[in-house]
Design a protein around this ligand. Structure first.
Ligand code: ATR
Length: 271
């Protein structure tokens, strides 16, 4: 039976094993999917041991995505750009891909009915989570894309690394006054501390969608803020998680699982 695993630290709460088992059941694939939690400096060794065991592929989550990028012998173009790998295929050589951006876009488009073409798009945050999705977001050809970050310089550096793909600008959160966006995506880690970045109320345009890349049983602090400030639709990152997993599953098994029933099941579980 083919063996897969998710590597992270911590990884105990990862929903990936549950998601991939549901996909495998639905598509009648014979596969095992485990959690692996190497020490913080032990990812390369753990991955080598997994390959020795005959591991066929892996998902990689925080904090190992950048190390996975380094270790991959070949990379997809989107992984190359992201500077991070969330999906590994263990073949003759180790192949790294990144399905995070695809996951976000599929959740927005297929599950929420929100296309990005021609829209004014704001990404809040300029860390790894933002970087991982920028190239696929720009490929959707939004009217413009603004990256706003607490530390303005990080947003500027990130924007400069992607401005050959499309119109993207990096600014500080304090420069958002008077701006309005149709899609606002939170890619900061602030919600994990129960905080919301300081944002002007005016950024949420009429009919806007607010998306938080993190998820939880309760609406996240950012989504509560967005609802209170006029967002028409809010959505947390559970759908993105399932969609990025579907992208990985398809790379490994060459079959596309249905995501909607899995999102439903997980919503039900986490309530
Ligand atoms: P990740 O890989 O999750 O993106 P990261 O690289 O540490 O993690 O980046 C965290 C992001 O969340 C950064 O954009 C950070 O802003 P700074 O670059 O100014 O540090 C942002 N962030 C974290 N806590 C925040 C808060 N309370 N308010 C606003 N932004 C916050």
């Amino acid at each position: 039976m083919d063996l897969y695993a998710v590597f992270g630290h911590p990884v105990g709460h990862s929903l990936s094993p549950r998601i991939h088992r549901l996909f495998a059941e639905e598509t009648a694939q014979q596969m095992e999917y485990e959690r692996r939690e190497p020490p913080m400096d032990g990812f390369a060794e753990a991955l080598a041991a997994f390959q020795e065991e005959g591991g066929a592929g892996a998902n990689v989550t925080v904090p190992f995505k950048e190390t996975a990028w380094d270790l991959a012998e070949q990379r997809s173009e989107r992984a190359e750009r992201a500077g991070a790998v969330n999906t590994l295929i263990c073949g003759e050589s180790l192949y790294g891909d990144n399905t995070d951006g695809e996951g976000l876009i599929n959740d927005l488009r297929n599950n929420l009915g929100v296309g990005l073409a021609g829209k004014r798009l704001l990404i809040i945050g300029a860390g790894g989570a933002a970087r991982g999705v920028l190239a696929p977001l720009l490929a959707e050809q939004p009217a413009n894309l603004v990256i706003a970050n607490r530390t303005a310089e990080r947003a500027q550096v990130l924007a400069a690394a992607f401005d050959d793909i499309g119109g993207v600008e990096g600014i500080g959160l304090d420069e958002l006054d008077g701006e309005r966006f149709e899609v606002v995506i939170n890619a900061t880690s602030s919600g994990l501390d129960g905080e919301v970045p300081t944002l002007p109320e005016s950024i949420v345009a009429d009919g806007a969608t607010a998306y938080d890349m993190v998820y939880g049983a309760e609406p996240t602090p950012f989504l509560r803020w967005a609802s209170a400030n006029g967002a028409f639709r809010t959505r947390d990152g559970l759908g993105m998680l399932v969609e990025q997993a579907a992208g990985a599953f398809e790379l490994w098994r060459h079959i596309r699982p249905s995501t909607e029933p899995v999102i439903e099941t997980l919503r039900h579980d986490t309530r």
